[in-house]
Design a protein around this ligand. Structure first.
Ligand code: ATP
Length: 384
């Protein structure tokens, strides 16, 4: 196993903006790192440069302490698991797993020992004589991983391995990959555009936008302290709400009313004019189901609820509003960056399942003011 160091990596195709623009990431030995971002952000290109399937325009790729920029893929000893698993349909599971060992000229007894070890780890013993066509998607995935294990690869690289599966299987496979990676402790870089995969699998997550690394942090840090509007809007489901905001003393004026925020937050946003407040749907609540000591005048507002979607344990309430022209442009750009999430027309509020708020109500909504983020509209930077 090995650490992977990406140092100021650039990939330029033609004369457009670089597909990967000065990205530096250190992946520790045994770490599970996620590369995430919307389509075209450069995540696959970066992965392909780690593996050696793509030339590096500038920067250094260092694997296990050794610069590999000019090493062919087969000399990097990495194992890539593709979306379609790249299994040989005419070979049995046993022979699929054995394939890289046979290629390397291993003896029959060595092949047998390693294949049996791997298939036991992956719980594939019962399926060794079957062909890939007779396996479930999850079993095929494990065969692909088995092939990587027998090679003693320095790292696993995954490129959207679950995107062809239905939602239920995707969930199961996600858990399985997480379990195996922990058990094997093998350095892993995993590309996805799915933020649920990013948040549940990664020790750390690198968020990319148009080739530029936005933030590299643990899932919790990304959720709690997104560095800018883009990361804030990308991480979280349903996405964070963005509202125009003005700070005056310790108060923030929002379209629905004014709430008090912790003074250290307010100080950092003082004198900045019109800002964009970011509030996650789950940081609102029906005021009538919140503990009384939390509900104060400064943290509640009244709003007319348009639609309520009740899901049992929670409900989503939709409250229409219009972004004023001063922030409309920034939010439009953000929508494009995030691949079209509509951020400007309605507030989404997550309510406890016990809430009795229904469509058409003039509801009293509480907001957890400690969790409000304030962004500079011109730079997108999180000021709080
Ligand atoms: P997706 O999730 O859609 O696969 P991605 O984040 O993996 O997207 P990349 O495939 O890395 O993005 O592409 C990054 C940028 O580089 C895109 O603008 C893409 O059009 C461009 N690009 C990728 N491969 C090539 C190529 N071979 N020649 C020219 N441009 C390319």
């Amino acid at each position: 196993m090995a650490a992977i160091e990406m140092k100021n990596i650039v990939k330029q195709y033609g004369d457009g903006f670089p597909a990967v623009n000065d990205v530096s990431i250190d992946v520790a030995d045994g770490e599970f790192l996620i590369l995430v971002g919307p389509s075209g952000c450069g995540k696959s290109t970066l992965l392909r440069m780690i593996v050696g399937l793509e030339d590096i325009t500038s920067g250094d790729m260092i694997i296990g302490g050794k610069k590999v920029n000019d090493l062919a893929p087969r000399d990097r000893n990495l194992s890539m698991v593709f979306q379609n698993y790249a299994l040989y349909p005419h070979l049995t599971v046993y022979e699929n797993i054995a394939f890289p060992l046979r290629l390397a000229g291993a003896s029959d007894s060595e092949v047998d020992k390693k294949v049996r070890e791997a298939s036991s780890t992956l719980e594939l013993d019962e399926h060794l004589e079957r062909k890939p066509g007779n396996l479930s998607g999850g079993q095929r995935q494990r065969v692909a991983m088995g092939r990587a294990i027998v090679r003693n690869a320095e790292a696993f690289l995954f490129d959207e391995p679950l995107s062809n599966l239905d939602a239920k299987l995707r969930g199961q496979m996600r858990t399985e990959i997480a379990r195996l990676q922990k058990r094997l402790g093998i350095t892993t870089v995993y590309v996805t555009h799915d933020q649920t995969e990013a948040m549940t699998l990664g020790d750390r997550v690198a968020v990319l936008k148009r080739g530029v690394l936005q933030q590299l942090a643990t899932p919790r840090e990304l959720y709690e302290n997104p560095c800018n509007l883009f990361v804030a809007g990308f991480i979280g489901s349903p996405p964070m709400n963005f509202l125009p905001a003005k700070v005056d003393g310790d108060s923030v004026e929002l379209p629905f009313g004014t709430v008090k925020i912790p003074s250290e937050k307010a100080q950092r946003a003082q004198g900045k004019g019109l800002l964009i407040a970011g509030i996650r749907p789950e940081h609102f609540e029906d005021a009538s189901v919140v503990d009384e000591d939390k509900v104060s005048e400064e943290a509640t507002f009244h709003a007319k609820v348009d639609v309520v979607e009740w899901l049992g344990n929670e409900a989503y309430a939709y409250i229409p509003f219009e972004a004023p022209p001063e922030v409309e442009k920034q939010l439009q750009q953000l929508e494009r960056d995030l691949d079209g999430e509509s951020l400007r027309t309605q507030l989404v509020v997550s309510l406890d399942g016990a809430s009795r708020i229904t469509e058409g109500d003039d509801a009293t909504i509480w907001v957890d003011a400690r969790k409000i983020h304030l962004f500079d509209p011109s730079t997108g930077e999180n000021l709080t």
